[in-house]
Design a protein around this ligand. Structure first.
Ligand SMILES: Cc1ncc(COP(=O)(O)O)c(C=O)c1O
Length: 414
């Protein structure tokens, strides 16, 4: 009798204790996690930009030279893009009110899809609300349980998230390692579909994909390629069409993904490829089917951006000239920039705390280059990711180089 009394009391006390402990810890759990992030130098905060995107931006009432934007061609504040957006609002309003398969499909969606089809020299194209939305849902739409998705180790988080949603087996090969890729293809020869995913220009490394070799293997093993051309569209190739133009490749086993949010200065993602694949994706991709269509101002901006890119090759010329000059000078200063062949220039610092201090040093001198830390890049490769815009002035670059030269001198004692 006494025993069962104590036993019940014990259980009640355990219950109350767990209840309180549980409640307490759930309240404090996230606070503790934040403390851990801060301790590791991984806590992230937002800087507010109070002006349009351009070589100089205002933040906290101060002017900063911006060297970390993907607005490579300076189109995000281009007068013709702004005019196109305003005209589209006057004609079509601001919202689309539904997904495209319901009633949100407007003439501008078709026009932009036609333009991107021509630009990418494919049979068809399909729009999405962002590049992230493309990767996160196209991979799972293309693959299933009996398939394999094979990705480069340095692929973007949106590709990794797309793989997480897919039921297919995931295989990862070391960056641009074609032998390793072939071994994986061989091991998975019996899988029904094999999807290889690579970036054209790798977003944090600046390296360019070994697309011709990947295509050779894709043909040999009857695989599809999903090419993420987010950072190559508008940039690589004589006409800025991207990685396929750069390597002079046209092949229906390559599905090109891209975004309007970088060199094109706008917003939204797309897939371009063969008619059958685009028709299939229009029917199967959940982020296309279940999300409201891109609004008119954004569509008109992207259409205008494509026109400007086609008609103004000198924008790319300016960018490459400045990129080449900056890379040479950074090498002379002794910075490790991983021999990047593209417009993305990583300066490897190799430590979370240190890269934060470097970024702060630059910030205090009026230069905006946030620190890139783990998990965005792997441990030991923390970096400053430097990008320039074709409308940066020579003086802007000289100032950056002077400050980076000072940073090199004080770097070890920061
Ligand atoms: C390689 C790569 N793919 C996809 C995306 C996503 O594109 P968006 O910004 O249009 O969502 C990004 C953006 O950072 C990227 O760098």
């Amino acid at each position: 009798m006494l025993n069962s009394y104590f036993l019940s009391l014990y259980f009640i006390l355990v219950y109350v204790n767990n209840y309180l402990k549980g409640y307490d810890s759930i309240v404090n759990f996230f606070q503790e996690e934040i403390k851990k992030l801060k301790k590791k130098g991984l806590y992230r905060t937002l800087n507010v930009i109070e002006s349009a995107q351009g070589p100089i931006v205002k933040s906290g009432g101060r002017d900063f030279l911006l060297f970390s934007s993907n607005n490579y061609l300076g189109l995000a504040n281009h007068p013709e893009l702004k005019k196109a957006a305003k005209e589209a609002i006057d004609k079509y309003g601001v919202g689309t009110g539904a997904s495209r398969l319901i009633s949100g499909n407007m003439a501008l969606h078709k026009e932009l899809e036609d333009e991107i089809t021509k630009f990418k020299e494919t049979e068809a194209a399909l729009l999405f609300t962002s590049g992230y939305m493309v990767n996160v849902s196209v991979i799972s739409a293309l693959t299933d349980r009996d398939d394999v998705v094979i990705i480069d180790k340095l692929c973007h988080a949106s590709i990794v998230d797309g793989c997480r949603l897919s039921k297919a087996k995931l295989q990862i090969y070391p960056h641009n390692d074609i032998n390793a890729l072939e071994k994986i293809l061989k091991r998975n020869i019996n899988k029904i579909k094999k999807l290889i995913v690579t970036e054209g220009v790798f977003s944090m490394q600046g390296s360019i994909s070994s697309l011709p070799e990947i295509l050779f293997l894709a043909k040999k093993y009857k695989a599809l390629i999903l090419l993420d051309d987010a950072h190559a569209t508008g940039i690589l190739g004589n006409k800025g069409r991207g990685t396929c133009e750069y390597f002079d490749i046209k092949d229906e086993s390559i599905i090109q993904m891209g975004t309007f949010s970088k060199a094109l200065g706008s917003l939204g993602g797309f897939i371009a490829g063969s008619k059958s694949i685009i028709n299939y994706l229009r029917n199967k991709t959940r982020s296309f089917i279940y999300s409201t269509a891109l609004p008119p101002a954004v569509l008109a901006t992207s259409i205008k951006a494509l026109e400007i890119i086609k008609n103004n090759p000198e924008l790319r010329g300016e960018l490459w000239k400045k990129v080449g000059c900056l890379k040479n000078k950074l090498k002379e200063l002794g910075y490790n920039i991983l021999n990047s062949p593209s417009q993305i220039i990583p300066i490897i610092i190799g430590d979370n705390e240190k890269v934060l201090k470097f970024s702060k040093f630059l910030y205090e001198k009026g230069i905006f280059i946030p620190a890139i830390r783990t998990p965005t890049v792997s441990k030991g490769t923390e970096r400053l990711r430097v990008t320039i815009m074709s409308n940066h002035k020579e003086d802007d670059l000289n100032y950056l180089l002077n400050v980076l030269s000072d940073l090199k001198r004080v770097g070890l004692v920061l």
